[in-house]
Design a protein around this ligand. Structure first.
Ligand code: NAP
Length: 196
């Protein structure tokens, strides 16, 4: 059976999704949600997003990185040095030269996650590869002010998502507030799931 291809992303004020290779906010609630939704499934990243993650590879998920200028698929092992200078292997990821090849590679899974960034979302949405969208709406007055002060510094979502999902089913995702971690800023998040 064909896997369900899901895109997962968070959009903040003024359609902002990034700053350089990083997220422009830190939301503990969104990290929790992201892990709940993607755990156990392959996650496909553009190489800029992947190497900008605070820690990579993500645990409990097969991490796939798409990169145009490589001849074929390869497995890359990641390592770090401990305090004594001894090298420890921390996991690994697969590098693949196209999004379609990456999707085919993991087509035995029931779900596959497209995890950005901007260019990867644009390609997948424009080519109608996505069946389900997990959207986190992020609000923060502090961030809105920062964006207004220097709007060109930020990366924005590449398409009009409200228009794109017109006619799709939309469900809110709720968690028990006792389980969700508390934010340490004024950030507020809302989790939505769109299905075709
Ligand atoms: N808010 C969110 O939910 C969210 C989620 C993810 C990322 N982001 C943000 O998005 C920003 C990064 O986006 P970005 O567009 O600059 O970078 P990106 O999409 O993460 O990575 C771009 C690179 O991915 C590779 N790539 C892209 N399309 C490809 C394709 N069709 N086939 C094969 N390889 C492909 C290319 O690598 P090579 O050039 O090496 O060939 C390209 O340069 C960051 O700010 C990040 O924080 C936000």
């Amino acid at each position: 059976m064909k896997p369900e291809i899901c895109a997962i992303f968070a959009i903040g004020p003024d359609n902002v999704i990034g700053i350089e290779d990083k997220m422009p906010w830190h939301s503990k609630k969104d990290f929790y949600h992201y892990k709940q939704v993607t755990k156990g499934y392959p996650c496909i990243f553009g190489d800029r997003t992947f190497f900008g993650l605070p820690k990579y590879p993500l645990t409990d998920r097969l991490n796939i990185v798409v990169k145009l200028d490589i001849p074929g698929a390869s497995v890359i092992q990641t390592s770090q040095k401990d305090k004594a200078g001894k090298v420890e292997y921390t996991g690994g990821f697969i590098e693949i030269p196209s999004i379609e090849t990456a999707i085919n590679f993991v087509s035995n899974y029931s779900k596959i996650f497209i995890c950005g960034g901007r260019s990867v979302y644009k390609y997948c949405l424009e080519n109608k590869l996505i069946d389900t969208i997990y959207l986190t709406k992020v609000e923060s007055e502090d961030l809105s002010e920062k964006i207004a002060q220097d709007p060109d510094k930020y990366i924005r979502f590449p398409i009009d998502i409200e228009k794109y999902v017109k006619g799709w089913n939309c469900d809110d995702i709720f968690y028990d507030p006792a389980i969700l971690p508390q934010e340490d800023s004024d950030i507020m998040v809302k989790f939505l799931k769109y299905t075709k």
